[in-house]
Design a protein around this ligand. Structure first.
Ligand code: PHE
Length: 340
């Protein structure tokens, strides 16, 4: 009787073990067959009623059944554990032989990019590209440009003075003087570079900014020549028609002097922080070179005259890319720079 029961329980449990789908099912079979209230455990409680020799036989059978089940349970459990481990390893697999993504490619600062474009343009028009020092003499920055010490133009170009009497140049115009000192006319030059002013910094003012100076000295240079070059320059930079206006402008080193304004490309002329809500941005001060300036540098004004301009390179970059805060340009912020 009991022997049959044991064999049946064993067979049923083995069948369930073989058909199990998970470690949890295996565990359930273990509890139901071998647990404290399990079927085989119940059987062993019945054994007390048996005669001693029968008890020994059934006991053996029971132990064998328990062992067989334990073994089958352990084997299946190991199978499930192994496949769970395999699945985990598969999920965590990485290919260490893959090449790395490599360093991120850098790019030129937008000011550098536009500076190079304009240099290419002017070189193609027969201009030299000149360089001058950022720490300038008072003579080159002011006096030789027809700005004597008591002239109010010095106040509008407040700058950083060094203890030795030199200064951080307030514009790139001193390179005009250096160009005239080094070369004799006819002369075509541009000079991109940094300029400095004692400004309080806001969305449209920086103490450090970029300009691109230009000068042409030749025979019978007129405002028409000046306008031709300025239009060529702006068409090249913006690659489309831009609205400009010419106002009289005063600079001691040009006569007549002009302010060439461009309609604000950021707001389309309706007014924003960059154009100081005027709709226009001063971009290109220019004019015919004041004969005093030529004379100071020893050029014969009977033979030669010229034009000059001082393009605001920083402002131009802001206009072209729609940058509405000048401080971004020197922020060193990579999220900003990666856009260019
Ligand atoms: N140097 C002047 C400035 O920075 C600009 C300028 C240059 C004007 C050349 C006329 C001719 O304000």
């Amino acid at each position: 009787m009991l022997e049959n029961q044991i064999s049946e329980l064993q067979a049923a449990a083995l069948k369930r073990i073989a058909a199990a789908h998970s470690a949890d099912e295996i565990e359930a079979v273990r509890v139901e067959a071998l647990g404290r209230k399990g079927a085989l455990t119940q059987v062993s409680k019945e054994m007390g009623k048996l005669a001693p020799e029968e008890r020994a036989r059934v006991g053996k059978l029971l132990n064998a059944a328990k062992q067989a089940l334990e073994q089958a349970l352990d084997e299946r459990k190991q199978e499930f554990d192994a496949s769970a481990l395999r699945a985990q390893l598969d999920a965590e697999w990485i290919d260490l032989t893959l090449p790395s993504p490599g360093p991120r490619a850098g790019s030129l600062h937008p000011i550098t990019q536009i500076q190079m474009e304009i240099e290419d343009l002017f070189v193609s028009l027969g201009f030299m590209v000149l360089d001058g020092p950022e720490v300038e003499t008072e003579y080159h920055n002011f006096d030789a440009l027809n700005i004597p010490p008591e002239h109010p133009a010095r106040d509008s170009q407040d700058t950083f003075w060094l203890t030795d009497g030199n200064l951080l140049r307030t514009h790139t115009s001193p390179v005009q003087v250096r160009g005239m000192e080094r070369f004799s006319p006819p002369l075509r030059m541009i000079a991109p570079g940094r300029a400095f002013r004692n400004e309080s910094v806001d969305a449209s003012h920086e103490h450090t900014f970029y300009q691109l100076e230009g000068m042409m000295i030749d025979r019978d240079v007129s405002v028409a020549h000046l306008l031709y070059f300025m239009k060529t320059l702006l068409t090249e930079v913006f690659r489309r028609e831009v609205t400009v206006r010419l106002r009289p402008g005063f600079f001691p080193f040009v006569e007549p002097g002009f302010e060439l304004d461009i309609q604000c490309v950021i707001c389309g002329g309706s007014g924003c922080a960059v154009c100081k809500h005027s709709g226009w941005v001063e971009l290109l001060p220019c004019g015919l070179v004041n004969p005093n300036v030529l004379r100071i540098s020893g050029i014969d004004t009977e033979k030669w005259n010229g034009f000059a301009f001082g393009l605001g390179l920083t402002r131009l970059v802001m206009m072209r890319y729609g940058i509405d805060d000048i401080r971004l340009l020197q922020s060193g912020e990579l999220r900003f720079l990666r856009q260019f």
